[in-house]
Ligand binder design. Sequence first.
Ligand code: H79
Length: 701
Amino acid sequence: MRTITLIVICLLSIVSISVFCSGCKRKKTTQTSVNPPAQTQKNIDYLKTETKEQFDERMDWWRQGRFGMFIHWGLYAIPEGQWKDRTTHGEWILTTGQIPVAEYEKFAPQFNPTEFDAAQWVKMAKDAGMKYIVITSKHHDGFCLYDSKATDYDVIDATPFKRDILMELTEECNKQGIYMCFYYSIMDWHHPDYLPRRNWEDRPEDGADFQKYIEYMTAQVTELVTKYNPHILWFDGEWEKTWSHDEGVKLYNHIRNLKPDIIINNRIDTGRGGMGGIHDSRKYAGDYGTPEQEIPATGMKGYDWETCMTMNRHWGWNKNDKSFKSSEDLIRKLTDIASKGGNYLLNIGPKPDGTFPTESIDRLADIGRWMKVNGESIYGTNASVFEKLSWGRSTTKDNTIYLHIFDWPTDNKLTVPGLITEAAEVYPLSNPDKKLAVQYTDGGATIQLPTASPDPINTVIAMKFKQKPEIVKTPQLTGKDKFYPDCNVEINCGSDTVAIHYTTDGTEPTSSSPKYTAPINLADTTTIKCRAFINSVPVTPTATKKYTRLTVKEPVTGLNLIGGLKYDIYHGKWEKVPDYRTLTPAKSGIATNIDTSVKDIPELLSIIFTGYITVDKDGLYEFSLDSDDGSNLYIGDELIVDNDGMHAPVMKSGSAALKAGTHPIRIEFVQGEGGIMLDAYFTPPGENSQKVPPKILFHQP
Ligand code: H79
């Protein structure tokens, strides 16, 4: 998988390749040779051994903190976003400007940020209400902001500044009580052993040894952890095909063995799933998800995540980029993120002289003023207990609910839908002495607000309760929408004190419809409609769900079968699984497993597995395909799992009702560029999900 951004970069590169192809001599490397890191004594596999309690304890400060500062600073600050005629470059300028490495290195002697003052930076973060700082120890350009023994391409050896920026910041953070954390790029455009090269470069690949690069990186990460003791390592640049899941896991365990309580983001492994940043934490290393420049639509129960975002359009300093988000926007984004249970990592791109952009300083101060009053509604809070709120957001902590008002109601009455527990105290955080009156009606509360909004950006109202407050929500119906032979449906609306009434004939439920008291057993295709009532008055919208009873598939008989699936491989570039029936296979054979190990070339291919699956009992079977890129699974002629198209690792599932016996099965797979992966799982009735075992796969010779 690889998305449009890179493709565009590649196209641009091809167009102007001739411009930079002068003098193809091998660049002198500045890296000194590195010894492989010493083996640590412990070597615990942390991915497999950590309990939930241990994980919660390790993540505690981070979850409490909710708000951090990202800092992108390095040689790319020197050109200030401009190369030749283009003024829209950022920290990617080496690549987007196609600057040969030898040319780019000339920024190093110009790096002399005499105004840099670690105390001031840390204080600005702290005053803004931020609890941690993540700074680029090394970005994609390979230049290091600290004194690395593994390279001369760092602030000490290559610049006139000769001060260890990370050490100064670390000491200041320790002094001021801020958690110091480091960004580290796996992708490295400078190191001679890093592969792949940019396709416009004239640096030859000969002699490059990626394994040596891994040793270099491991040595650097080791010195960062042991010398600076950072609280997070924030990896990035993991998406190139040279980086693998196995190396990610190895590096993760190496770092945790050095410092067991460190936190590591999910970009250390290959499972982050695009800019959305969410990974399957059961399969991939990484302690939290990293959505980039976006905020997920909803929170994810039990999953930690942090949105990283720029204030303007660039991460690194660009003097022409004036499109800064307003303070209002930033404060509301912080609130939105907290209301979904996430962290906000807000970026600063310092200038070449070592100061922050004025626009950033102003915004940090605005956020700080708001946080001083309202911080308790952000720090250590959990996601909203409400469904969508028309006027703003909500966060919660223990027996307190915080209401964040973005749009002040014109009649000064704030409705809190579904709240049926009376609060002990209700007041604005900006004026705790001003207690507000609340009216409770069936299925909700109404707060009488002051006549004017104290803070038009976000006024926070605290509601304190003596016990955990009860909130009635639109009823949720459990269970899969496809079943066989029957299923039990449970209904939950978050409260036991209200009555849920339901229908199964498609009509709207009323207070005289059957009352839900125990799971509803379905033996046929049915649509359930349900709604919560208090004193016969409806207090939620109606929820509807259709449950379909699948037609059971009869087995095929009378076949002479032997073990394994047939496979055919086709070569070509496709966006989806191709119409392979019109194509000639490049390779065919018998596969024991449903995976990509049979491939003959690494990219641009399609694999079709055909044959039979034998199951030993009647019932509903759930099939899942986890693939990068696309895949489909058919039983007979019916498409059961549709996971087609170009994408990062994604798992999709579907169900089929099967009689015990043998059924025709077909798995189709397509691979574009980048990561390649295919795994097939199934869940037999009453069992756990498992890889489809080879012993139940057959073909007709
Ligand atoms: O350091 C900042 C940026 O320089 C860096 N990440 C932030 C924190 C960054 N690098 N690239 N990008 C941002 C955008 C790149 C996106 C892509 Fe991909 C990489 C498109 C295809 C490969 C990420 C991975 C999105 C899909 C897969």
